[in-house]
Design a protein around this ligand. Structure first.
Ligand code: SAM
Ligand code: SF4
Length: 318
């Protein structure tokens, strides 16, 4: 079992397979970064798999593949299959912008993927275009629809932004309700890479939804960072409320970047690389690095503090 320095059980690994992206979302990567990690520095799928096996053997029960845009990395379905075959009971999920999903969904499902989280910030083509800086909505909706049709459980992530998509939150909620997807509104997390200046906080999001629906607040489910709310007809939606940071106390997650850095917390600068150990097939050293990173996992996120990391969301995988 993996226990961090504050006694928290860590059983959730987020794996970024690339920092590259085909969108330029204004809250994440408005400009193409000055330089990408060169391809030769990325961990191969085989190397990542070696580490994921260690993590699973040590007690990880949930793995999420993310990025950048994970569907940009060639052969993702083969990677999914390696992991799913190793641990068929693993909760294996993907977070994607859905642009390439229509083509990939069936292959991912056949390979053993169970769940998918997609980003959907607007249902208006011109607003979606404005946010992603590309004409994306048609392909995104087709991708989401296909994922659902092939039997992947779909959750929708939406980042509400002031004067951009805040007039659409009810439409997005109703779209998801009708389709049977859970929607989670994510409070915009300010960071130096974003060009967006203002997001909506949880209270503002709730205020908008209250203008049409009565809802109640549910008990927080397990280690989820999402606070669940329930409409009178039983439909559940979530709000991810990092500004409250009360989910740090039972945080169960660890992140690995595409080049092999283990990151114990968003906005935490200190990270150790398992790349050399894994490439040398030195599993004992990789385990030691993993334990050290967990030992140093901060009790609370460093967001807003002086030593906050400037690492971008597209590097850590969100
Ligand atoms: N490209 C994929 C996607 O967009 O779903 C996966 C990577 S993306 C970094 C993962 C999640 O991070 C997305 O749901 C996105 O909305 C969220 N995200 C990115 N920047 C954010 C920010 N500044 N505040 C809140 N959420 C953010
Ligand atoms: Fe790309 Fe996802 Fe970041 Fe948008 S949120 S720029 S889709 S990594």
């Amino acid at each position: 079992m993996l226990i961090d320095g504050h006694g928290r059980k860590v059983d959730y690994l987020r794996v970024s397979v690339t920092e590259r992206c085909n969108f330029r979302c204004q809250y994440c990567m408005p400009e193409k970064p000055f330089s990408w990690v060169p391809h030769e520095k990325l961990l191969s799928y085989e190397d990542m798999f070696e580490f994921i096996k260690v993590a699973i053997d040590e007690g990880v029960t949930k793995v999420r593949l993310t990025g950048g845009e994970p569907l940009l990395r060639h052969g993702l379905e083969n990677f999914v299959k390696m992991i799913a075959d190793y641990s068929p009971t693993l909760d294996l999920a993907l977070t994607t912008n859905a642009f390439l999903l229509e083509e990939a969904a069936q292959k991912l499902k056949d390979a053993g993927l169970k769940r998918i989280n997609v980003s959907l910030d607007s249902l208006k083509p011109e607003v979606a275009h404005h946010i992603a800086q590309k004409d994306v909505l048609g392909k995104v909706l087709a991708g989401i629809q296909k994922a659902s049709e092939v039997g992947l459980k779909v959750k929708v992530n939406c980042v509400p932004m002031k004067d951009i998509n805040d007039g659409e939150l009810i439409d997005i909620l109703e779209f998801c309700k009708e389709k049977g997807y859970e929607v989670r509104f994510i409070e915009f997390m300010e960071n130096s890479h974003a060009s967006v200046k203002k997001g909506l906080n949880s209270a503002q999001i709730q205020e908008i939804i209250k203008s049409k629906y009565n809802f109640t607040k549910n008990e927080r489910e397990g280690n989820s960072p999402s606070q669940s709310y329930e409409l009178e007809d039983g439909y559940k939606f979530g709000i991810i409320e990092p500004h409250l940071d009360d989910f740090c106390s039972d945080c169960n997650r660890l992140r690995i970047t595409a080049e092999g850095y283990l990151i114990p917390c968003l906005y935490f600068e200190d990270a150790l690389s398992i790349a050399d150990a894994i490439k040398a097939k030195d599993i004992d050293s990789a385990k030691e690095i993993l334990r050290k990173v967990l030992q140093d996992k901060p009790e609370k996120n460093k967001w807003g503090s002086e030593d906050q990391s400037d690492r971008a969301f597209y590097e850590t995988g969100g």
